[in-house]
Design a protein around this ligand. Structure first.
Ligand SMILES: NC(=O)c1ccc[n+]([C@@H]2O[C@H](COP(=O)([O-])OP(=O)(O)OC[C@H]3O[C@@H](n4cnc5c(N)ncnc54)[C@H](OP(=O)(O)O)[C@@H]3O)[C@@H](O)[C@H]2O)c1
Length: 299
C-alpha cells in the first residue's frame, strides 16, 4: 500500500493500524505533492495494489494568498496520484473531509451534493471530483480523534474544527488543569466524531473490496463540542468541573461550516461493519492513549 502524508496526524494513524493490526506493507516515502512526474514514478515502481492519498499542505495563509499553489497542492496532486494508480491497476482512495458541506446539510449522506463555504472545502470537493472521475474512492473523515503518532504533542490545542480537541482536553484534565472548549456561531460546533485509526481501517476495506464512490468515515453519533467534551471527560474518568466554555480568542480568516454531521450508515452497510457509537470510539481512544496500541473495529 502506498500512503501519502504518513508523518501527519491522520496519516500516522492509517500507517499504524495497517501495519500493526493488519500486518500490511505500507510504503510511506515522502514525494513532493507538487512534482507530478515524481508521483507517477513512485507509484509505478512501488508495486502496490492500493494508494491512499492523505497528504495536504496546511498553510491557510499561503493557500489564500497563492491560489495556484493551493490548487496544485490539493487538486493537481490528487490527479497525479489517481492517474498513477489507474495506470498500474491499483485502487485509489482520497482522504477527504466533512468540510465539503456548508454546515446546514447535516446529517449529510454519502450522496448529498457538496456545497463548500471556504477555500479548503472547495479544494477538497474539487479533488473529490477528480478522484471519482478516475474511478477512485473518496473517504471523508470527520471529527477526527486520535494520537499523533509522529509527534510528542499535537500541533494545536484546538482549532475551528474538531481535530486535536479531545486529545488536548484529556491532556489538560489529566494534569489537573482547566480546559476551555470553544463555542461560537462562526466555528464548527456540531460534527460526527471518528477515531483516525478506525478511518484507516475503513480505507483498507474500501481497497480490499475494490470499491469506488463516496464513503463516510465516522461513528454513528453527531455531537456538539460541549457534548463531546463531557463524554470524553466521563470516558477518561476525568473531572468535568475543569471544563470551561468560551468563544475562541481570534476569528478565523475564512467562513467555517457550523454543523457538519455525517450519516455513515450507507458506508457501513456497503463495507459490512457495525457503526461504532461515540462511547465506543472514546473508549478505544482511551486504550490507545494509555496502552500505545490501536483497537481494531473491522478485523
Ligand atoms: N485533522 C483533521 O481533523 C482532519 C479532518 C478532516 C479531514 N482531514 C484530512 O486528513 C488528511 C490529513 O490531514 P492531517 O490533519 O493529518 O494533516 P497534517 O497532520 O498536517 O499532515 C500533512 C501531511 O502532508 C505532508 N505534506 C505536507 N506538504 C507536503 C508536500 N509538499 N509534499 C508531500 N507531503 C507533504 C506532511 O509531511 P511533512 O510533515 O513531511 O511536511 C504530512 O505528512 C487531509 O487530507 C485532510 O483534508 C483531516
Amino acid at each position: 500500500m502506498v500512503l501519502t502524508g504518513a508523518s501527519g496526524f491522520v496519516g500516522s494513524n492509517i500507517a499504524k493500524v495497517l501495519s500493526d493490526v493488519h500486518g500490511d506493507d505500507v510504503i510511506t516515502d515522502r514525494v513532493d505533492l507538487f512534482d507530478a512526474d515524481a508521483i507517477g514514478r513512485h507509484v509505478a515502481s512501488a508495486g502496490a495494489d492500493g494508494v491512499i492519498h492523505c497528504a495536504i499542505v496546511n498553510d491557510w495563509d499561503r493557500m489564500l494568498a497563492d491560489r495556484h499553489w493551493a490548487w496544485d497542492a490539493y487538486v493537481s496532486s490528487t490527479r497525479a496520484y489517481a492517474e498513477a494508480a489507474l495506470g498500474v491497476g491499483a485502487g485509489f482512495v482520497l482522504v477527504s473531509t466533512d468540510w465539503v458541506f456548508d454546515g446546514t446539510q447535516g446529517p449529510a449522506t454519502e450522496d448529498e451534493p457538496p456545497n463548500p463555504v471556504n477555500l479548503y472545502g472547495f479544494l477538497k470537493a474539487s479533488a473529490e471530483l477528480v478522484t471519482l472521475e478516475r474511478n477512485g474512492a473518496v473517504a471523508r473523515v470527520s471529527g477526527v480523534n486520535g494520537t499523533h503518532w509522529s509527534r510528542p504533542t499535537t500541533p494545536r490545542a484546538q482549532d475551528p474544527g474538531f481535530g486535536y480537541f479531545v486529545a488536548s482536553l484529556v491532556a489538560a484534565l489529566e494534569a489537573g488543569q482547566p480546559f476551555t472548549v470553544w463555542e461560537a456561531d462562526d466555528i464548527n460546533m456540531v460534527a460526527s466524531p471518528s477515531l483516525a485509526s478506525m478511518c484507516g481501517e475503513v480505507m483498507r476495506a474500501i481497497l480490499g473490496q475494490d470499491q469506488n464512490g463516496i464513503f463516510h468515515c465516522c461513528g454513528a453519533d453527531s455531537v456538539t463540542r460541549r457534548e463531546l467534551a463531557y463524554a470524553a471527560a466521563d470516558v477518561f474518568d476525568l473531572d468535568r468541573g475543569l471544563l470551561r466554555f468560551a468563544p475562541p480568542p481570534e476569528r478565523t480568516p475564512m467562513p467555517i461550516p457550523y454543523d457538519t454531521s455525517l450519516d455513515a450508515s450507507a458506508t457501513a452497510e456497503r463495507l459490512g461493519y457495525p457503526l461504532p457509537g461515540l462511547r465506543e470510539l472514546l473508549t478505544a481512544f482511551r486504550t490507545e492513549r494509555h496502552k500505545g496500541r490501536v483497537t481494531s473495529f473491522l478485523a
